[in-house]
Design a protein around this ligand. Structure first.
Ligand code: HEM
Length: 249
């Protein structure tokens, strides 16, 4: 998955109505899973000029996912009157940007995550509360979950490319009826395994890691309940450092 930035430049004499239309349009845009970020800026030197920047999970997700969705129809209904004011609308690839290591890199890459999931499922199998859920687990399961975590934490998109992506992952949890106690145990065993294999223990990394694990396990519980409706095809989520960037003296 290659994140892509779309720039749309407008020249609009009546900025007030245009901005009001965009305030409404960004509601469905912001809800679209393909849209990672957006920003509308007005030119200080030439106030008729605006630039809209949208970061998409990929050009394909934008053109095939978003454009075909109900969110796009809602978005477009608001901004349709301004289509003729567009001076440029193109996709750009980032060439240089301020970067920080991904959580994947900070964790130690694919190898570290594989060590983590091996140790983790070793503990899971022995556990009285969550063990039975994994009684028929494929022996490659730890490797698949490591692939998933790698992709979520900013590594290569291997789970999407080799394992069927988001919907495939969710499908494994459907109907499992995971309880809150089981979720808590799962989290606690994962944290124990993180210590066992020596994942970085700095507060910033562990806070980001725990943040994803809390979020992800709660979703797993949600989708495992009877009658839960699986989500449509969505990109694998990407998790970053959040509020606290890595501490680099
Ligand atoms: C952040 C949270 C979670 C992540 C990232 C995760 C990840 C995954 C992935 C990637 C798979 C599919 C593996 C494949 O491609 O074959 C899977 C399957 C599964 N997960 Fe999770 N999971 C999470 C939470 C949970 C929780 C809380 C439970 C239960 C306590 C759970 C129980 C299961 C079970 C039972 C399967 C199917 C195993 C089998 O093949 O029999 N998961 N999980």
């Amino acid at each position: 998955m290659l994140v892509i930035v779309e720039y749309i430049r407008y020249r609009v004499p009546d900025g007030e109505e245009f901005e009001a239309a965009y305030r409404r349009a960004v509601v469905p845009l912001g809800r679209a899973p393909q849209c990672l970020d957006y920003e509308l800026s007005r030119c200080v030197d030439e106030p008729e000029c605006y630039i809209l920047r949208i970061t998409w999970t990929s050009a394909r997700d934008h053109l095939e996912g978003f454009r075909g969705s109900e969110r796009f129809r809602e978005f477009f209904a608001e901004i349709k009157p301004y289509v003729s004011n567009i001076e440029e609308m193109r996709h750009y690839e980032k060439v240089i940007e301020r970067t920080e290591p991904t959580l994947f890199e900070w964790a130690g890459g694919a190898e570290a995550l594989e060590r983590l999931t091996e140790a983790f499922y070793g503990r899971v199998k022995e556990d009285d509360l969550v063990g039975p859920l994994f009684a028929h687990m494929d022996s490659r399961h730890p490797a698949y979950v490591a692939m998933w975590l790698g992709e979520v934490f900013g590594g290569p998109a291997r789970y999407s490319e080799e394992r069927g992506g988001h919907s495939h992952m969710v499908s494994h949890h459907l109907g499992k009826g995971i309880t809150e106690r089981q979720r808590r145990r799962w989290v606690s065993l994962l944290m124990d395994a993180a210590d066992e294999v020596g994942l970085p223990a700095d507060p910033e990394f562990r806070a980001a890691f725990a943040g994803y694990v809390e979020w992800g396990t709660r979703l797993a519980v949600h989708f495992s309940q009877p009658g839960a409706t699986p989500p449509g095809e969505e990109p694998v989520p990407r998790w970053g450092w959040g509020v606290m960037p890595p501490y680099q003296p």
